[in-house]
Design a protein around this ligand. Sequence first.
Ligand SMILES: Cc1cc2nc3c(=O)[nH]c(=O)nc-3n(C[C@H](O)[C@H](O)[C@H](O)COP(=O)(O)OP(=O)(O)OC[C@H]3O[C@@H](n4cnc5c(N)ncnc54)[C@H](O)[C@@H]3O)c2cc1C
Length: 403
Amino acid sequence: MKVLISGASVAGPVLAHWLHHHGFEPTIVERTPELRHGLGGHAVDLFSSAAEVTRRMGCWDAIEAARTRIEALTIERFGKPPVEVDLSRMYAGISSSHVEILRGELTKILYDATRDTAEYIFGDSIASLHDDGNGVDVTFDSGTERRFDLVIGADGLHSNVRRLAFGPEEPLRRWLGGYLAVFSMPDIFNVGNHTLAHMSVDKLVGIYGVHQTGQTRSGFLFRTPHELHYDYRDKDEQKALLVKEFSDYGWKAPQLLEHLASAEDFYFDSIAQITLDTWTSGRIGLVGDAGYCPGPAVGGGTSLAVVTAYILAGELASNPASGLKNYERIIRPMVESSRRIGPKLMGTIIPGSPLALRLMPFAAATLPKLPTSVQRFIWSQNAVGKTFSSVDLLESQVRQSIT
Ligand SMILES: Cc1cc2nc3c(=O)[nH]c(=O)nc-3n(C[C@H](O)[C@H](O)[C@H](O)COP(=O)(O)OP(=O)(O)OC[C@H]3O[C@@H](n4cnc5c(N)ncnc54)[C@H](O)[C@@H]3O)c2cc1C
């Protein structure tokens, strides 16, 4: 069977690898003219089940070698002493295995693992899809027309395949109350392999080092009472919006914002989930953020993308006729769990009240000092911990599905 996959980031190449493994012929179409790889992009997490999938792909050594190596976090607040957090110990309490890697590095590793077994088309996009029950006729923006047995959208939060097959994004989007901006800049504060975060009510500014380049990524997260209106294509408007939000914040924000104008990899988006409840329609399906983005930076989206792509390929191989529907049934509990993480983690990462601002750093610093089993028990008993127990629940559901 010939399968067209839209999107060559995380879910797309993982799906292509496993489809080829099971005897399918995958083609990946990616909108960008070349692979979005290298040291750009943000840091993402692979928790144990996703790590296991990449291990089975033979990618683990490369992923381990490229990890960010950030193991410590310093949380600062106005008028309070800094709080040190041991991130390695904290992740050990959440998952039996964890690696943090830049999304671009992960994409490159997954591409290298699939470039000889999948057909890659860069700089093109699907313009129209017609599913006649026996196959899908696809027209590309370039004008090329081809027919495939299946088409899978792995094209992210603002998925093109989802729009074409399931309708516009707006009614399917659940805004979680905040915004997120990330950009690269020189390491002017010597953060090295460290993360610095400064929190206040409704705002967070963070800086982490990228050891491969000696640069840093600056991240700004903030909550607003109402959704902001801006042109999602206009980077200058988004930069101005960020400056307006943080111009009088203090701490290191003014120096960070000085590098905004020259930032080439500036990313700005609302923190939103996709709430679609069906991810297949006839011979068309969705995987990863395209189908069920749990919210950028707040929901373990990368692990979910890796594991669900693996499950989708396995179900199609077991039964090509009912594979899409079986995939949908199997992943539903983990998608629902992942949806619960985002809103909780939003309240933890960006404290929503003075009480949360006091409690979060205290919990983050104290829990990693406890034995892993005790950490897990405590996290399962309190509001901050329920955020993490959702990740854990997701982990156990995923484990059952891939073993
Ligand atoms: C700032 C930020 C921070 C994040 N932090 C974390 C984190 O700490 N931990 C974590 O686990 N996750 C994090 N995430 C989420 C994570 O990046 C995603 O969950 C993950 O990348 C999903 O993979 P995907 O392959 O489904 O989609 P994506 O990685 O979004 O990839 C979609 C691909 O489709 C391509 N595409 C888009 N439109 C088209 C089209 N029309 N035609 C063809 N191709 C197209 C895109 O160019 C891209 O290559 C973060 C996300 C952001 C934005």
